[in-house]
Design a protein around this ligand. Structure first.
Ligand code: ATP
Ligand code: MG
Length: 326
């Protein structure tokens, strides 16, 4: 069976790390058909559109999309692309790698962030010069869809259950719906959960991240808390993410276009290659996904390394070392 993979490198180092991840996927014995498409600042300058319709359509029909990064136009690219794959959950692992400087090297967390509602789907108003307001949307149906995914995620992986991070003591209606729905779905599925107030969670992961494993959060909380966890494991540079929908997914590194090093051929491809490993897992290639994870881990630990990690290797050197270890 052939899998069609949309490849959208975008701008900056996206153009360097995305081909590196395609090279790694191509080294596996899986029948992929890669179709490249434009998005981002460069195509916007040429055509006036940051996300050409054909790129949107491709993402909406391919089995999965591998995305690099977009510069100034990031919001005009990534938000519609997430919509194209009908993504309802953003999966953000935050795991420290051996041999990499981290504030909390023992961190090994996965955030499952609601990806469609909360304040990001809300409506902002400027009522008077003095007063601005924001409405926040939380539905049982989206909370249920996220919770069902979370139950499957913990059952398929090596996890005892999940933690629900929320602030339902203050936002009783919206976070109340979120917490109650997620907890009820977990209960129906025989999955254990515990709860934590998101502010207390922020303190607790800084002091001891090993208290948590899989964390299910509303949209804004997940955005902030997963970035906080990224700080604990040594920054955004190594972190992957997956935007998962019912039938397709969009996989991208957490970092941006890194304009300071773009074009030099020294960007670290690890985050994008691990995002490709998440793509493999999504398509059901668990063994291949594990192999890619292990090859990346071993290369981060033993080298070669790109300059951001103190080495002097190029993107290509690191990619080839990862492929050799597969
Ligand atoms: P953008 O607006 O596209 O997010 P940015 O200036 O915020 O761009 P980021 O891509 O977020 O840049 O990166 C922040 C810092 O981390 C930069 O100094 C960048 O060089 C570094 N960095 C990010 N990703 C990588 C990578 N894959 N390899 C090496 N360095 C990286
Ligand atoms: Mg940035």
């Amino acid at each position: 069976m052939t899998h069609e993979i949309a490849v959208v490198p975008g701008d900056g180092i996206g153009r360097e790390v995305t081909p590196a991840a395609v090279d790694v996927l191509s080294a596996l014995e899986i029948d992929f058909e890669f179709v490249e498409a434009d998005a981002g600042d460069a195509v916007a300058e040429e055509t006036g559109e940051a996300l050409p319709q054909e790129t949107y359509d491709l993402a909406a029909s391919a089995d999965a999309t591998l995305f690099g990064a977009a510069g100034e136009t990031a919001a005009d690219v990534i938000l519609p692309l997430r919509e194209a794959v009908d993504s309802f959950v953003n999966v953000r692992p935050a795991k420290a790698y051996p041999g990499i400087d981290a504030v909390r090297p023992e961190t090994d967390l996965v955030f499952l962030r609601e990806n469609t509602e909360g304040v990001y789907a809300g409506h902002e108003d400027r009522l008077t010069e003095d007063v601005a307001t924001l409405t926040r949307v939380v539905t049982q149906s989206a909370s249920r869809q996220l919770a069902e995914f979370a139950c499957e995620y913990v059952s398929e992986g090596d996890h005892d259950g999940f933690t629900i991070a929320h602030k339902a003591n203050v936002m009783r209606e919206t976070d109340g719906v979120f917490r109650d729905t997620v907890a009820a779905v977990a209960d129906e599925n025989g999955v254990e959960t515990d709860e934590v107030l998101m502010d207390a969670f922020a303190t607790r992961i800084c002091l001891d991240p090993t208290q948590f494993d899989v964390v299910v959060c509303p949209n804004l909380a997940g955005d902030v808390l997963s970035d906080l966890a990224a700080g604990l494991v040594g920054g955004l540079g190594l972190l992957p993410s997956a935007n998962v929908g019912p039938e397709r997914g969009l996989f991208e590194p957490v970092h941006g276009t890194a304009p300071d090093i773009a074009g030099e051929g020294v960007a670290n491809p690890a985050a994008t290659i691990v995002s490709a490993a998440m793509l493999l897992e999504y398509l059901g290639y668990d063994e291949e996904s594990d192999a890619v994870h292990e090859a990346v881990e071993s290369t981060l630990e033993n080298g070669p390394r790109t300059p951001d990690l103190g080495g002097d290797a190029s993107t290509e050197d690191v990619t080839n070392a990862i492929i050799d270890r597969l």
